[in-house]
Design a protein around this ligand. Structure first.
Ligand code: XMP
Length: 490
C-alpha cells in the first residue's frame, strides 16, 4: 500500500556547506564577543572548543595546552586505566599553585655550598627550602644567598649561607595572598607548612605563569579542567577517571541511541561525581532518551574527516540538522550540546553554534599541532602528522573497538568505520585556537551577538546553492601566500 515509496518522501537534512549565517545589524566588535560557554551542566569554558578523544589527537600535552587557552581536551581511551589516571593527574597538576611536597627540591643544612649549587642547577631551580630529618623548615637557600660564596668559600655549609627567617603559609593559601606575602617580604618562594612539616612550595614564577593564562579553563580549585572518554560499558573505568579528578566523563560511542548503551550511561551517571556527557547522537529521538540524565549531549553521526561510517553503514545525519534537532530537545532541559566532527574552518564552528551547539569538538583541526601525539613526517618537502579514525583498523587493534560496539576479535577481521591518514603539520595549539576562536567571534560580530547564548538565539541561516558555495571560497585567483586560517586542499 505504498509503504516503501512513502519512505522516499524524505525530509531534507543539511550540513555546513549547505548554509551560511545571515548578516544582521550589529554593534558588536568581534574582539569584544564573549565566547565563554558550558560544556556540561557544571563545567564552564572560556572558549567553546574541545579536542577529540582520539589517540592521534588528545593526550595530556594537548589537554594542558587547550585548557590554558580556555577550552577542554578529552583524553582518548586507547590506554589502560592506570595510564589514563596518570594522564588526568598530569593535566590537573600542570598549573597547580602549590608544588607538592614530593616535587619540591630541598636542601640539607649540612650540605656544602658547592654541592647545593650543583643540585639546584641540575634540578633547574633557583632556590630550595632547607629541611632537617623531621622535614621541619630551617631556612631557605637561593642563588642570591650562594653567590658571595662561589669560588671563595664553596665548602662552607648551607646553614651558614641560608636565610633562616622564613615566611611560610598554610596549605589553603590563595594566589593573591601568596603574592602579597612575597611583595611585602621581598621573597620569591613561600614554603607551605602543615603540622610543623614542609608540605609544599609556592613560587613567584608559578603565580606569574598562571597569570599568563588568565583565560584558562579551571575548576573551583584553580586547576585546569580535563575530560576523558570511556567505553559505554566501562563503569569501572569511569569510576577510576572520576577518582583521578576528571571534570567530565564522555561516554564514547558511535551510536549512543543503542538502548544498552543508554542503560549503562545512566548507571555511570548515578555512580560518579564528575559530569557525564553522552554521545554520539544525531536525532531528536535519541536526545529525548538521554536528556533527563545526561549533563551534556554530544552530536555527530558520521561527519568526521577520517570517518567512513556513512559509506560503510549507509547511516548518518548531516551535521547542521543533527545539531539543531538535538538542541531543540536539550534546550528544554537546559542541557549543553557539543557538535562533534566535520569542522574544517572556523566558519563551520560558527555555524554549528548558530545551529544550537554550546561548544564544538575537533579532531583533524588539532591532530597536526605540536602538542598532539605522534611525530612529524615529511613527504615531498611538506610536513605532516599522523591522524587516524578511532574506528580505523589500526586504532581498533589498539583497543578502540568498543566505541563501535564491536568485540575485540582475533581471527575475524574488523569492519572499520574510519581511515588512517596524515594531516598537515600546523604549529601550536595556541595559534590554531586563536584563529578558530577569532573566526567564531567574527561570526558573532556579523550576527550582532555579544555572548554565545545570545548568538544561538539571534543567528539565522540562509540556504546556499552549489554556485553560492563556490563563490564563498577564493576563486579565479591563484593563491600566492598561505593564510593561517585557510588552506584550499581542506
Ligand atoms: P574531525 O572532522 O574533527 O572529526 O576530524 C573528529 C570526530 O570524528 C569522530 N570519529 C570517527 N567517526 N569513524 C567515525 O565514524 C572513525 O573512525 C572515527 N574516529 C573519530 C569522533 O566523533 C571525533 O571526535
Amino acid at each position: 500500500d505504498g509503504h516503501f515509496s512513502e519512505k522516499l518522501q524524505v525530509p531534507e537534512a543539511l550540513t555546513f556547506d549547505d548554509v551560511l549565517l545571515r548578516p544582521k545589524e550589529s554593534r558588536v566588535e568581534p574582539d569584544e564577543a564573549d565566547v565563554s560557554t558550558r560544556v556540561s551542566k557544571n563545567v564552564e569554558l572560556n572558549a567553546p572548543v574541545l579536542s577529540a578523544a582520539m589517540d592521534t589527537v588528545t593526550e595530556s600535552d594537548l589537554a594542558i595546552a587547550l585548557a590554558r587557552e580556555g577550552g577542554l581536551g578529552v583524553l582518548h581511551q586507547n590506554m589502560d586505566a592506570e595510564e589514563m589516571a596518570a594522564e588526568i593527574e598530569r593535566v590537573k597538576r600542570a598549573d597547580e599553585l602549590v608544588i607538592r611536597r614530593e616535587d619540591v627540591v630541598t636542601a640539607r643544612p649540612e650540605q656544602t655550598i658547592s654541592d647545593v649549587d650543583a643540585m639546584m642547577a641540575h634540578e633547574g631551580v633557583s632556590g630550595a627550602p632547607v629541611v632537617d630529618d623531621d622535614d621541619e623548615v630551617l631556612g631557605i637557600i637561593s642563588n642570591t644567598d650562594i653567590r658571595p660564596y662561589l669560588g671563595v668559600n664553596e665548602d662552607d655549609l648551607v646553614e651558614e649561607a641560608m636565610t633562616d627567617e622564613v615566611i611560610t603559609a598554610g596549605p589553603d593559601v590563595e594566589a593573591r595572598e601568596a603574592l602579597d606575602l612575597m611583595y611585602d617580604h621581598k621573597v620569591e618562594r613561600i614554603p607551605i607548612v602543615e603540622d610543623g612539616k614542609l608540605d609544599g612550595l609556592v613560587t613567584m614564577q608559578s603565580i606569574l605563569e598562571r597569570r599568563e593564562h588568565d583565560d584558562a579553563a579551571r575548576d573551583e580549585n584553580g586547576e585546569l579542567v580535563v575530560g576523558v572518554a570511556v567505553g559505554p560499558f566501562d563503569v569501572e573505568r569511569a569510576e577510576t577517571a572520576d577518582e583521578a579528578g576528571a571534570d567530565v566523563v564522555f561516554i564514547d560511542c558511535a551510536h549512543a541511541h543503542n538502548l544498552n548503551v543508554i542503560d549503562s550511561a545512566r548507571e555511570i551517571r548515578e555512580t560518579i561525581d564528575a559530569d557525564v556527557v553522552v554521545g554520539n547522537v544525531g536525532t531528536k529521538e535519541a536526545a529525548e532518551e538521554v536528556v533527563d540524565f545526561a549533563d551534556g549531549i554530544k552530536v555527530g553521526i558520521g561527519p568526521g574527516s577520517i570517518c567512513t561510517t556513512r559509506v560503510v553503514t549507509g547511516a548518518g545525519m548531516p551535521q547542521i540538522t543533527a545539531v539543531a534537532e538535538v538542541a531543540d530537545v536539550a534546550a528544554e532541559y537546559d542541557v549543553p550540546v557539543i557538535a562533534d566532527g566535520g569542522i574544517r574552518y572556523s566558519g563551520d564552528a560558527a555555524k554549528a553554534i548558530a545551529a544550537g551547539a554550546d561548544a564544538v569538538m575537533l579532531g583533524s583541526y588539532f591532530a597536526g599541532t605540536d602538542e598532539a601525539p605522534g611525530r612529524v613526517i615529511t613527504v615531498d618537502g611538506k610536513k605532516y602528522k599522523q591522524y587516524r579514525g578511532m574506528g580505523s583498523v589500526g586504532a581498533m587493534q589498539s583497543g578502540g573497538g568498543e566505541r563501535y560496539l564491536k568485540e575485540e576479535q582475533e581471527d575475524e577481521e574488523f569492519v572499520p568505520e574510519g581511515v588512517e591518514a596524515a594531516t598537515p603539520y600546523k604549529g601550536s595549539v595556541a595559534s590554531e585556537l586563536h584563529q578558530l576562536v577569532g573566526g567564531i567571534q567574527s561570526g558573532m560580530g556579523y550576527v550582532g551577538a555579544e555572548t554565545i547564548p545570545a548568538y544561538k538565539e539571534r543567528a539565522e541561516f540562509v540556504r546556499v546553492s552549489q554556485a553560492g558555495q563556490t563563490e564563498g571560497h577564493p576563486h579565479d585567483v591563484m593563491i600566492t601566500d598561505e593564510a593561517p586560517n585557510y588552506s584550499p586542499q581542506n
